[in-house]
Design a protein around this ligand. Structure first.
Ligand code: GLV
Ligand code: MN
Ligand code: MN
Length: 371
């Protein structure tokens, strides 16, 4: 990092922060993304934005125009929400958006996120120390792979993000009766997995037929005792629904609860429904969209405005400061898969636009005082 002129520290949430001071402003232009990944994930989701941030700091240290603002390059911790934990963990800790309940909830190994983080931060209550005030920042910029098919289909090298989707995540636990698979008559069964299977289809129906949200997914299923010859006694379904409208998302938890309870009644099971959390949708700042477009024009690159259906650290940072996001094309629109790919040339384009967008942001009116 020394050739990038960054002083590096880690904070109480496990984020890595490299900072260099500016000519006159204490507020920082922050750039970054995350370095964790999903199971069986790709090499670009997150890592590209962190490496591009370091590369921009390097270019600036090697004789780029001096910035009025400080520059921070941030590698956020646990953006994806490993082990069923809170997503955007590091960036939401910085933005003060973590709920105590999320941090204290035990995961499938019985450890809470607070305990896991305490291993390297010095105590379970330390996470709050990662929180930053809005007055620390001028803006946040993130370069990321699109993770969808639009830019490639349009033959457009740079996406300018208009806003980032919100998300509701929930868990429904169906409890039936574990029993012998060979001796229990079909009409006497209380099969928790059959109930869960109905729930999987219900989430799809609610989105397609009732337009409950833009998309809905059941991505995780845990079955107990999970043996070939035992009727499942417990089935845990983790699901999420996403939409760009907070109003739409507000109606989701109650609707899912009603569906789960109806399925439980029909299948002779009991159900507990937990609303794990709602992340509000965040629009991108118009000034930052314009700054990115000017940056792309300087690089001779065409742009296309599009919403982000994926969540990003920029979503959390957008609660603290003006945020802008740059997308580069994903081959075949594939992401969260080892087949994820973006050409080296496209990554370089994104990095050039990020560097110019930092310079453009530095020229925006400086903000005074506390926010
Ligand atoms: C993060 O990658 C998400 O959108 O799930
Ligand atoms: Mn991801
Ligand atoms: Mn990502």
């Amino acid at each position: 990092m020394r050739d990038a002129g960054l002083e590096v520290r880690s904070d109480a949430a496990g984020n890595l922060i490299g900072r260099r001071e500016g000519l006159s402003e204490r507020r920082a232009i922050a750039v970054g993304s995350h370095i964790d990944t999903v199971p069986n994930g790709g090499r670009y989701d997150g890592a590209l934005g962190v490496l591009a941030g370091i590369e921009c700091a390097r270019a600036l240290a090697a004789g780029g125009p001096p910035l009025r603002h400080a520059l921070e390059v941030i590698a956020f911790a646990n953006e994806e929400g490993a082990r069923g934990s809170a997503w955007l963990f590091g960036s939401r800790a910085v933005a003060g958006l973590l709920e105590p309940e999320e941090v204290g909830r035990p995961d499938e190994e019985g450890l809470a996120l607070a305990d896991r983080v305490a291993v390297f931060t010095g105590g379970p209550n330390a996470i709050d120390g990662a929180r930053r005030p809005p007055s620390d920042f001028r803006a946040y910029l993130e370069l990321h792979v699109e993770q969808g098919p639009m830019l490639q289909a349009l033959g457009c090298p740079i996406g300018v993000v208009e806003g980032i989707t919100g998300r509701v995540s929930m868990q429904a636990t169906f409890r039936g009766a574990a029993n012998h698979a060979g001796t229990t008559p079909m009409d006497l069964r209380r099969d928790a997995l059959v109930a869960a299977a109905h729930m999987v289809l219900e989430v799809r129906r609610l989105v397609l037929d009732e337009r409950l949200a833009r998309v809905g997914t059941v991505g995780q299923l845990a079955v107990e005792p999970n043996a070939l010859n035992i009727i499942p006694g417990v089935a845990r379904v983790a699901l999420e629904l996403r939409d760009g409208s907070d109003e739409v998302l507000a109606a989701v938890p109650e609707r899912i609860r009603r569906s789960a309870e109806a399925i439980a009644t029909r299948s002779g099971t009991a159900v507990e429904v937990h609303h794990l959390g709602t992340t509000r949708a965040v629009p991108t700042s118009p000034a930052m969209q314009a700054a990115i477009e000017r940056a792309a024009a300087t690089c001779g690159l065409r742009t296309y405005r599009l919403p982000s259906g994926a969540g990003h650290d920029a979503l959390a940072m957008g609660h603290l400061t003006e945020m802008g996001m740059i997308f580069v094309p994903s081959a075949g629109g594939v992401s969260h898969s080892p087949r994820e790919s973006t050409s080296a040339a496209a990554c370089v384009d994104g990095c050039d636009v990020l560097l110019n967008a930092i310079a453009e942001t530095d020229q925006l009116p400086v903000l005074a005082g506390e926010n």
